[in-house]
Design a protein around this ligand. Sequence first.
Ligand code: FAD
Length: 323
Amino acid sequence: MSVLIYAELDNGSIKKTSLETIAYGVKVAAATGDHAVVLAIGSAEKRELEKAGHYGASKVLHASEEKLKHENSLAYADTLVQAAQQEGSKVIILSKSGLGDAVAARAAAKMKAGIVSGVTALPEIGETFKVTRSIFTGKAFAVTEIKSDIKILVVRKNAIELDESSVATVQAVVEQFAPKLADEAFKATVVNVEKASSELSLTEAAVIVSGGRGMKGPEHWQPLIDFAKALGAATGCSKPVSDLDWRPHHEHIGQTGIKVAPNLYIACGISGAIQHLAGVNGSKCIVVINKDPEAPFFKAADYGIVGDVFEILPRLTEAAKTL
Ligand code: FAD
């Protein structure tokens, strides 16, 4: 038997979040005594898919048909179900993302599987199979027991420490996988995808520098952009900043925006309202720069700098350039 892990592709590469999900799935497979199989859908080079072996997966199924080139949650769910049936997988693992949730939900309905989304840690596997997930926008954790034969977990970023030394590198075998897909799955199809920009994706970025109303206006954003560039970071913002059109809407982070989980989140002139925190509480380390020592964000911060962003950011940029 196997644990099946769905790895999302982006432009022919396995997404960073999916590499982490592969490592997570390999650990689950070690606990259940199964082997880990990865499913990749879309076009990618064999050499790229073999990267799964670096995270301990011994086999990769590659569904590369032309009609699977663009994301289609119905067709991808059918592909996942058929791969699970072929491999006899009782545990199926996906990354938490728009596509991951859509595919997981459809596959769960088809397989009558128990599903938990937003998983934040490795499952407890013994007499029972229990998973922990975050609820109430990260304010609490719920422990859920999955009782169905087939179990589907949708895993959040940073659910495990990606410790390179603890993952055994194996030679992954890449096999072509050709699912039987009904026309039903292609009632609406994507014909072309145009990226809005070449900027770093917020959901994939390891470091994010984010600005709030304390940045005073769009004409004052350069120090933040310079700092982000020096760190190789993506840029984000609070909701009022995007509402005011100071920054594009796709940078809006929080409960009603994008939820991020970088290794390092640096908040510049953001007060730390609960709705903003809901989008960043998966971050490994939070640094807050705010001139008000009473700003609520400091309570959620690992490191805090009390001061004026316009004095601090240029100094941090100079320091980052020497790294
Ligand atoms: P402010 O609250 O105005 O804070 C600005 C901060 O900058 C202050 O703490 C101030 O001390 C500091 N500052 C000012 N000048 C400087 C300086 N020179 N140097 C350093 N610091 C300085 N918000 C989100 O961000 N994301 C969401 O998804 C979101 N969803 C929401 C959903 C609902 C239903 C509601 C009601 C609200 C939502 N909000 C959301 C809005 C949220 O409640 C806050 O209003 C918002 O996050 C505040 O943004 P801000 O911190 O940029 O601005």
